[in-house]
Write a protein that binds this ligand. Structure first.
Ligand code: 48H
Length: 257
């Protein structure tokens, strides 16, 4: 049978439209497809929650792909190894408490397993604002990343979510947007964004988990964004804290939904 270009076009438009329409009202909207966002999405989807993830770039995986300084291996401590195992990512013990995994296998597998668990991903979309009612984050304001990059004046569209998770990494973009609207009223020690501190891997890994929490009603932070928001240090290319943080935020939201 002859292949028809218009059928190809219709198939893509129909299927994408179906996906968009099915995800306008969510249990959880995740911003940022790095390791913490993908792990959170995996566990939420596995628990049957309606969850979508929005990623500015073409591909998910965030900072995992590059390992440490483009040496494409990551390190994960023992506490987080069960998450690598659950995803089926192969790892090798380097010395006690230090496991290594190929960063390309890790990034691609986080992505693939999260989608197969039921997470819906919208790539090439940037979150530029949130929908808010008095004292409550209620959803996301979205635009195409290409619109953002070209600096075009095009109004965004909106999705509603019971909870939003900021997993945008160092930039902590959603918290920044919210902070501008409600200055001084974040659930941080000072009410402000505390800011990421210098490298201290051991402390950072513990604090990433402690800092994984609600920062404004309806808005959670996880991964590097949690440390940037609550003032934890950076940790370099050890990813256990990112994975455990994604799992923690998913478990907390599953219990609240
Ligand atoms: C849509 C957005 C937006 C937006 C950003 O940086 P990430 O990998 O995030 P984490 O926190 O899961 O992992 C952090 C880790 O990769 C890392 O950097 C570490 C451990 N650093 C330690 C150190 O010492 O440096 O991913 C965030 C993702 C990226 O893919 C962005 O493109 C995306 O979020 N993103 N997507 N709308 N407004 N902002």
């Amino acid at each position: 049978m002859e292949i028809n270009e218009v059928v190809i076009t219709k198939a893509i438009i129909d299927r994408y439209y179906e996906k968009l329409m099915a995800n306008l009202e969510l249990d959880v909207a995740i911003v940022g497809g790095g390791p913490s966002g993908l792990v959170a999405g995996y566990y939420l989807a596995k628990a049957g929650k309606k969850v979508a993830l929005y990623e500015r770039k073409l591909s998910m995986g965030g900072g995992v792909w590059g390992g440490g300084m483009m040496f494409n291996e990551i390190v994960v401590q023992e506490a987080a190894k069960p998450i690598l195992d659950e995803f089926g990512i192969r790892s090798r013990e380097y010395e006690k408490n230090y496991f290594t995994a190929d960063s390309v296998e890790s990034a691609s597998t986080f992505c693939s397993k999260a989608l197969q668990a039921g997470l819906t991903v919208f790539n090439c979309m940037s979150v530029e604002d949130v929908m808010m009612r008095t004292d409550q984050v209620m959803g996301l304001v979205l635009n195409w990343s290409s619109v953002e990059m070209a600096g075009l004046h095009i109004d965004p569209l909106t999705v509603r979510a019971k909870f939003v998770i900021d997993t945008t990494g160092h930039a902590t973009e959603v918290v920044n947007v919210v902070y501008k609207k409600v200055p001084g009223r974040l659930m941080t020690p000072t009410g402000e964004i505390e800011g990421e501190k210098s490298m201290w891997s051991d402390k950072a890994e513990t604090l990433t988990l402690e800092n994984t929490k609600e920062v404004f009603p309806g808005l959670y932070v996880a991964g590097m964004a949690a440390n940037a928001t609550f003032g934890g240090p950076r940790m370099g290319p050890i990813f256990g804290g990112m994975l455990l943080s994604g799992k923690k935020v998913a478990e907390e939201l599953i219990s609240r939904l």
